[in-house]
Design a binder for this molecule. Structure first.
Ligand SMILES: Nc1ncnc2c1ncn2[C@@H]1O[C@H](COP(=O)(O)OP(=O)(O)O)[C@@H](O)[C@H]1O
Ligand SMILES: [Mg+2]
Length: 250
């Protein structure tokens, strides 16, 4: 069953169409990678799914419900979680406090900290800490984490909201090879239990994690299929894979 369906989604500014009649379908438990050169419209597509930007045309269905035109917080409440390109953690708070604040039971983050742990959610907390591998860092202020650890913390924070669908924009940006590998393990464990859409540039990472890959170019669908097919697709190679490494061809 489709967890996320985009039907002819379009986003146009006065003189420029950023996303054009873009459609794709992600089934429950799937991990979909969204590829494409800079400027292809990937982040905008994320914005359209989460309601951060308004569609100019088309329709988005999440978990059987038409969410087109809904407000960002309404869509989040329905179970769409998002990790942005730049991590947004509270640097003065510890890892534990950041995760507690992220628990979205209340709009007041400090109320969350008080309530946390009273309602049987500690299992969820422990599982998430284990998954992102930050157990030894729970008492560390987030400002002292490495770049990779900060990204994992933010993934953990999104998971605290227990989303049905997780959107991640370039989660491995700036990571070392070792950190990327660990991130692919985290994603491997999320797959099946969560539905994920991951915008990613690193090809070896995509090879490790992706089921199906969707490639965008100039706001449109360029190709879609298993990574094995996508890698040898001549149109994809022309616009994207050939430019791997510089990423500034659009
Ligand atoms: N407010 C805006 N007005 C006009 N064009 C925009 C606006 N925001 C983004 N764009 C353009 O939309 C295109 C797609 O951007 P984006 O979705 O960030 O691409 P990607 O994430 O694939 O690199 C880019 O060419 C960008 O310059
Ligand atoms: Mg982007």
């Amino acid at each position: 069953m489709g967890m996320l369906e985009l039907h002819g989604v379009t986003k146009a500014y006065d003189d420029f169409t950023v996303v054009e009649s873009f459609s794709f379908d992600v089934i429950e438990g799937e991990l979909r990678c969204l590829l494409g050169p800079n400027g292809a419209g990937k982040s905008t597509t994320m914005d359209l799914i989460t309601g951060r930007q308004k569609l100019s045309g088309g329709k988005i269905v999440f978990d059987g419900r038409d969410i087109t035109g809904m407000k960002e917080h309404e869509i989040a409440r329905l179970g769409v979680g998002r990790k942005f390109q730049v991590p947004a953690v509270f640097r003065e708070l510890t890892v534990r406090e950041n995760l507690e604040v992220a628990d979205n039971r209340s709009p007041n983050p400090f109320a969350n900290m008080r309530w946390f742990g009273r309602s049987g959610d500690s299992r969820n907390f422990d599982q998430i800490v284990d998954l992102v591998g930050l157990g030894p860092r729970l008492g560390t202020q987030a400002g002292f984490l490495s770049h990779g650890e900060t990204q994992w913390l933010e993934i953990g924070m999104v998971l605290m909201q227990n989303p049905k669908l997780l959107l991640m924009d370039e989660p491995t940006a700036g990571m070392t090879e070792h950190e990327k590998h660990k991130t692919s393990e985290i994603f491997g464990r999320l797959k099946g239990n969560h539905t994920l859409v991951v915008v990613e540039h690193d090809m070896s990472f995509v090879r490790e994690i992706a089921d199906v890959v969707t490639v965008m170019h100039l706001g449109k669908l360029l190709a879609e299929g298993p990574m094995k097919e996508i890698e040898v697709n001549s149109r994809v190679r022309e616009v994207y894979l050939g430019s791997e490494g510089n990423g500034h061809d659009a």
